[in-house]
Design a protein around this ligand. Structure first.
Ligand code: BGC
Length: 733
């Protein structure tokens, strides 16, 4: 393998590329065209579904039967395959190398749900820029990220890849991810193309069960699920992946309404559509196709360009074309989009772009690690801090729990991250010369089924250590492999062995600070009252432990806010902040009122609401000021307030602006997030925060499914979470 210099790649206008692509397509045989529509795996492809047989990959590339490759990140192997494509195939068309770079390539950042709690799109853009830089230097051309599924059900294992439950926040993050990866110029050696997924509705899988079906009204689709994809398209995203699920009974991968009517005709997406891993072939199991030929026809007509792993296109399209020559138009369209992307990436000028012998030197740079630390700090959510027990100082600390001396901290979809890149919490305390006593107490054993297994000796050892301390830091949670794809759970409590450990430690009456490692909101109702403080630490990647220790010590003041509602019990799910009111809304001061929308056995309030997260600082919100009480279509409404940090800690505050429509042609939620600002306030200082709102900011899909602002009365609510705010009224005329 040779070290190639970074020669500048031609930047071509879209019309120049179009001419080149049209010329190239004319020279291709039908089978070469169809070959471009196939994404193959190869040896060492990360398998996320049925096992892939790689024995024919090289031969297929040589025959011009492969357009792209999934899941490889070894530059040498990428080089070897690319060489076959550009030296041994007839038309020498370069391959496109695609991978799942979800929250970092080698430097691992907090998983996406954790990072979304930073309420910091600028930081997300920075993170994705670094992820792009590292992946590009491993020979990767495109990442299957961002995942833009709106999620309301923590039983679903993939909530960890999402940015939470709010459509507005998802839009902000969609833009940040796409711009970070693509950097407005795909010929750059530091950028990669982005693929938004999973189009659409996968996050609403019924019951939170993996791959399950989705039934959704057109209004819900447009109001909640489409906006992030629309934003990704406006930001220039190059590829969109279809979801595994059925959508109103038609699998998305063969759903013409979604892939053509909405995606192409309405949203004007002109990039590549790709199926998810074998999701095209799976339409046989969905029982809308009888065989592979049927699969190929249905997916092609629906608007699917590129087929991942399944082989219906490469096996059947040529035959179908003989029966129906008009299909060549559909094929040409798809091939055109795929080749355009390869031109945009500069692969025709330099197919070996970003292949380096010493690629390791581009990974884990100091800058990347600093951003990883900052991202980790801004993702930790302080859920409870009774008597301001945190931050701690000068106390005799006992460290207890399965995550204390554990470096499995990258979380699911951890790219090329290595456990050995992560320090353990115990190591960080020791490196800082802070005296701590440690006992594991129980293991982080990976339990697919609930178990009562506990090792009493381990628990007793922990209790003895705790007796001799002032304060206990317990690190518990779900193992990093208990969330992610294929990890839906009906029980989202801490594993039983850990609950038992916490119970035993709490009997010592020592004060407990609980750290919760997780890929989803967990139900911690059984243990929360036993702990003085709770920090939700998710899986924060390479710099997990430094960020946590610095937060416990007060070097970092927590500033993240939840982007998913935390239920009190699994029975409250789906639970999310922007629910509709019902005709008999719940009255929290009168739970016993039978004919109200409630459960008999539990209050309606979640354990922790959307937008919630504490700080060591105390932020006081002043009264809200509105520049006008009526507004018309051209007015700019300004809402302002003074926020004061009445504490000795400097810190960030996420100021959140919600609206409530008092009357509309359809029922709207009581709270809709419309804006937010993350401000930094020094101890004992104040700042005036000003938000501007336009008439369009009050839009919603109305009774006729038109996205408009209807005149009438609205409330504007400004606060520190979705339940703690001040409000003013405005009339739109
Ligand atoms: C996942 C996708 C992923 C793909 C390729 C699938 O199982 O659903 O999100 O991009 O595998 O690895």
């Amino acid at each position: 393998m040779i070290e190639l210099e970074k020669k500048e790649l031609s930047k071509r206008s879209s019309s120049e590329i179009e001419v080149l692509v049209d010329k190239l397509i004319k020279q291709l045989t039908i089978s070469e065209k169809i070959g471009q529509m196939y994404q193959s795996g190869h040896q060492y492809t990360v398998i996320t579904g049925p096992i892939f047989n790689a024995s024919k990959t090289v031969e297929n590339i040589r025959k011009g039967m492969v357009g792209s490759i999934l899941g490889m990140n070894e530059p040498e192997m990428i080089y070897n395959l690319q060489k076959v494509a550009v030296e041994e195939s007839r038309m020498k068309i370069p391959l496109l190398f695609c991978n799942d770079i979800i929250h970092g390539c080698r430097t691992i950042f907090p998983h996406n749900l954790a990072l979304s709690c930073s309420f910091n799109p600028k930081l997300v853009k920075e993170v994705s820029k670094i992820a792009a830089y590292e992946s590009a230097h491993c020979g990767i051309n495109l990442t299957f990220s961002p995942m833009l599924d709106l999620v309301r059900d923590p039983r679903w294992g993939r909530v960890m890849e999402s940015c939470g439950e709010d459509p507005f926040l998802l839009e902000e993050y969609a833009k940040a991810y796409v711009e970070g990866y693509q950097q407005d110029d795909l010929t750059k050696y530091d950028s990669i193309a982005s693929c938004a997924k999973h189009f659409i509705g996968y996050g609403a899988a019924s019951g939170g069960k993996e791959y399950n079906s989705v039934d959704m009204s057109d209004r819900t689709l447009r109001q909640y699920y489409l906006p992030p994809f629309k934003q990704a398209i406006n930001s220039g995203v190059k590829m969109i992946m279809t979801a595994f699920n059925t959508f109103n009974d038609v699998p998305v991968t063969a759903n013409k309404y979604l892939l053509t009517d909405i995606l192409r005709n309405e949203l004007k997406f002109n990039g590549v559509t790709i199926s998810d891993y074998t999701s095209s072939g799976e339409i046989i199991k969905h029982k809308i196709a009888v065989n592979n030929k049927d699969v190929a026809l249905k997916c092609l007509l629906a608007g699917l360009d590129h087929e991942m792993i399944s082989t219906s296109y490469v096996e059947e399209l040529e035959g179908l074309l003989e029966e129906n020559p008009a299909l060549e138009n559909n094929i040409n369209q798809s091939v055109k989009r795929i080749l355009t992307l390869k031109y945009e990436l500069g692969l025709f000028d330099n197919p070996y772009k970003n292949i380096y012998q010493n690629h390791q030197k581009y990974l884990l740079s100091e800058k990347a690690l600093n951003v990883a630390y900052e991202a980790a700090c801004q993702s930790i959510v302080l859920l409870k801090n009774e008597n301001n027990i945190l931050p701690i100082n000068n106390q005799k600390i006992a460290l207890i729990g399965p995550f204390i001396d554990n470096n499995n901290l990258n979380g699911a979809w951890g790219g090329q991250g290595k456990n050995s890149d992560c320090e353990t919490l115990y190591e960080v305390f020791k490196n800082k010369n802070i005296h701590v006593e440690y006992s594991q107490g129980t293991t982080d054993e990976y339990f697919e089924m609930p178990t009562d297994n506990v090792d009493l000796d381990l628990i007793n050892e922990a209790v003895e250590i705790v007796k001799d301390s002032d304060i206990v830091i317990m690190a518990c949670g779900e193992n990093q492999h208990m969330s992610g794809e294929g990890y839906s759970r009906t029980n989202i409590e801490l594993p039983n062995n850990q609950i038992k450990l916490i119970n035993a430690i709490s009997e010592t009456k020592k004060k407990i600070i609980l750290l919760v490692y997780a890929g989803r909101p967990l139900d911690i109702s059984k243990v929360i009252d036993k702990c003085e403080a709770v920090l939700y630490t998710w899986f924060l990647g390479t710099r997990t432990s430094r960020a946590i220790v610095d937060t416990v010590l007060g070097i970092n003041n927590p500033n993240a806010k939840l982007t998913m509602t935390f239920p009190r019990t699994v029975g409250q799910i789906p639970i999310y902040y922007n629910q509709l009111n019902t005709g008999r809304p719940y009255d929290k001061n009168n739970h016993g009122d039978r004919y109200k929308s409630r459960y008999v056995d539990i209050i309606n309030e979640p354990m922790f609401p959307f937008g919630y997260g504490l700080s060591y600082a105390k932020f006081i919100y002043g009264e809200l000021k509105l520049n006008q009480s009526n507004a018309n279509k051209i007015d700019i409404i300004t809402v302002s307030t003074v926020i004061t940090n009445e504490s000795k800690y400097d810190g960030y505050e996420v100021v959140q602006l919600y609206i409530e429509a008092m009357c509309f042609t359809v029922s709207r939620p009581n709270m809709e997030l419309k804006k937010f600002q993350k401000i930094y306030l020094k101890a004992n200082s104040s700042q005036t925060v000003v938000f501007e709102l336009k008439y369009e900011d009050f839009k919603y899909y109305n009774i006729d499914n038109m996205n408009i602002t209807e005149p009438g009365k609205y409330l504007i609510k400004l606060g520190t979470s979705s339940v703690d705010y001040k409000q003013v009224e405005i009339v739109l005329i």
